[in-house]
Design a binder for this molecule. Structure first.
Ligand SMILES: [Zn+2]
Length: 615
């Protein structure tokens, strides 16, 4: 036991040093604002800038002018202002998430900033609906939200710079807790990461402290390497100079314990306040389930055959909203569809908080993480054409178009979606022209035709995919291209994993077209199919996501406000089960990589992609 602990502590010491080296490299990448802005131009320059700062922070005119000058010099639109005297622990946390060189280069990267003050070009503030300001003095959580939004409104045009004249405002424990909560908001619907992060830090401190009694030499190595981190990272000439770094090393452990205890207490107070608020608010009126479903079909949506077989009965495994959903499979043509289908009201009810509200940060984070898949889509099309005018149907927040725009900067990119996400995407500069509504309704009235139309993971969400294909035939010009990507329910894992196959996506996914059916339907609409990719188009993650769905099914998230508060026993069981499942998650993550790497072009992964030309 003692040996294991000692080995762990030595490993910890190595990790502390490696991390210090990494953070020091990032610190060196951090540039400072220019300090040679002439006073005469400062007043006028600062006026052409919107500065949003946390309550109590004062951004002086010289700093604002330097920020404006930085934007002009680099062509950037957003610059996060890092106080030159940012306290060491906050500065280390900042460097852990901020890769300065990546911020201006990767359009999917929005790491936030120091959350002290951020300077925006007025064009960005205008695009951010409702302006950058929230009412009243801003706390740090509000500034996290504003910084993330600003960075997303200016992909590759965001910077982070040290502002030597800016002074850091003190951070109260409540403030620190809310900042942490906001930074991990993407985890909220199903996980709530911030208590786990605080617990992990407590465990880290406890191992080093207790180790001193059991394995003193190894514990001292871990403790010294950790205590020296601020000095290792910030020593030398640097615009970012946290105060008291040299002597602070000696007291890092007691100060960290105290700060951690304050954070835990602040978290408890915040949770109690939220629970009280939740109990005081009346529960939302349950919608009328009779209005949720259409009458059940006795014939196949695709071919009209009456030979329907039950394929799957499943509940809402993610959001745990009430209701059971049935998928039928046609024995004649293989089409799989939700039967009875949800009505538009039913869909509204189940879509709520999936991509917006509670689920907004999660959706944003997961879509931004699909960069590799976006690049594969771009390559699939690049084999056949150089796009000029592109319409992306079912665009969401148009993450894919960020990747397409990088490949074809000269092309125009319009987008269409039912939700207001497409308007937000236009404000973020991802979309040239946004159309909101149903594609079959809008298609005949669109002002132009396109040489490329894409529908990525869109058709399965629609109530009538054949009408969508007819709409595409109207909008793609002759010789133009249509690219479609949809889940592939012919995958063997869709059978093996049953209701835990994540691409079933119930209750959102209405239709699953076998690949041959879609190829034939495209032919009937006047398209010539140029390429069909199956294995290479997979989204991956079958086994890993199945573990997640099983866990969520067994011990659902306590953070879903439409459900009653779970008992303490449920919460304890949840933590225990998730802890026990960590090895399974690691193994399945690896197994997915191995399994998907072996898929050939004709093997069914969990999605397929078709490129077709309008004849
Ligand atoms: Zn059929």
């Amino acid at each position: 036991m003692r040996r294991i602990l000692a080995a762990g502590l030595w490993a910890l010491a190595a990790i502390h040093l490696a991390e210090a080296i990494m953070l020091r490299r990032r610190r060196r990448q951090l540039a400072s604002l220019p300090d040679d802005v002439p006073a005469a131009t400062a007043r006028g320059a600062a006026a052409k800038l919107d500065v949003v700062a946390v309550a109590g922070s004062a951004v002086d005119q010289a700093t604002a002018a330097a920020a404006r000058s930085e934007l002009d010099a680099t062509g950037a639109q957003v610059v996060d202002l890092i106080p030159g005297d940012l306290p060491a622990e906050r500065a280390l946390r900042l460097l852990r998430r901020l890769e300065p060189d990546r911020l201006g280069a990767d359009p999917f990267y929005s790491p936030g900033g120091a959350h002290e003050a951020v300077a925006l070009d007025p064009s960005v503030s205008d695009r951010m609906a409702g302006g950058p300001a929230e009412d009243g003095p801003l706390d740090r959580a509000a500034l996290v939200r504003i910084t993330l939004r600003a960075q997303r409104h200016a992909p590759t045009a965001s910077r982070a710079r040290v502002a030597p004249r800016l002074r850091a405002t003190p951070s109260e424990p409540e403030d620190a807790w809310r900042e942490l909560e906001q930074r991990t908001a993407y985890s909220r619907p199903y996980g709530a990461l911030h208590p786990l992060l605080v617990a992990a830090e407590s465990a880290h401190l406890a191992v080093m402290t207790a180790g001193l009694a059991v394995a003193p030499v190894a514990a001292a190595a871990a403790l010294v390497s950790w205590s020296a981190q601020p000095a290792l990272v910030f020593a030398g000439r640097s615009p970012l100079r946290p105060p008291g770094v040299a002597f602070g090393s000696f007291s890092r452990l007691p100060r960290a314990w105290a700060a951690n205890a304050r954070l835990v207490r602040a978290g408890r107070r915040a949770t109690r306040a939220r629970d009280a608020e939740r109990r005081a608010a009346p529960p939302p009126a349950p919608p009328d389930p009779r209005a949720w479903f259409e009458p059940r079909r006795s014939t196949c949506y695709w071919c009209g055959s009456t030979a329907l077989a039950r394929r799957l009965d499943v509940t809402d495994l993610l959001q745990h909203k009430p209701g059971t959903f049935h998928l039928d499979e046609c024995r004649a043509c293989g089409h799989v569809f939700q039967n009875p289908a949800l009505t538009p009201d039913g869909l509204d009810y189940y879509y709520a908080d999936a991509y917006d509200g509670l689920g907004e940060e999660l959706a944003e984070t997961s879509f931004a993480a699909l960069g590799t898949i976006y690049r594969r889509r771009v390559e699939s099309l690049a084999r056949f054409t150089e796009p000029r005018a592109w319409l992306d149907v079912g665009t969401g927040h148009a993450h894919f178009l960020l990747a397409a725009r990088r490949r074809w900067p000269e092309a125009t990119f319009d987008a269409l979606d039912m939700s207001d996400s497409v308007e937000e995407a236009a404000r973020r500069g991802r979309v040239d022209q946004a159309y909101r509504g149903m594609f079959p309704d809008l298609a005949p009235r669109l002002p132009r035709r396109y040489d490329v139309v894409s529908m990525h993971h869109y058709l399965e969400h629609t109530r009538d995919p054949k009408r969508e294909l007819a709409a595409a035939a109207l909008v793609v010009e002759p010789g133009g291209h249509l690219m479609i990507e949809v889940p592939d329910a012919e995958a063997s894992w869709s059978h093996r994993l049953g209701r835990y196959w994540w691409q079933w996506g119930q209750p959102q996914h209405q239709h699953f077209m076998p690949c041959d059916n879609l190829v034939a339907a495209l032919g009937a609409e006047g398209f010539e199919v140029l390429s069909v990719e199956r294995g290479p188009a997979t989204m991956g993650g079958d086994l890993f996501n199945a573990v997640g769905l099983v866990l969520q099914h067994l011990v659902r998230s306590p953070h879903l406000p439409w459900l009653p508060e779970p008992s303490l026993a449920h919460r304890v069981a949840r933590v225990a089960l998730y802890g026990a499942a960590v090895p399974a998650m690691l193994v399945t993550k690896l197994a997915d990589e191995v399994k998907d790497a072996r898929l050939g072009p004709g093997d069914a992964g969990n999605a397929y992609r078709i490129v077709a030309r309008r004849t």
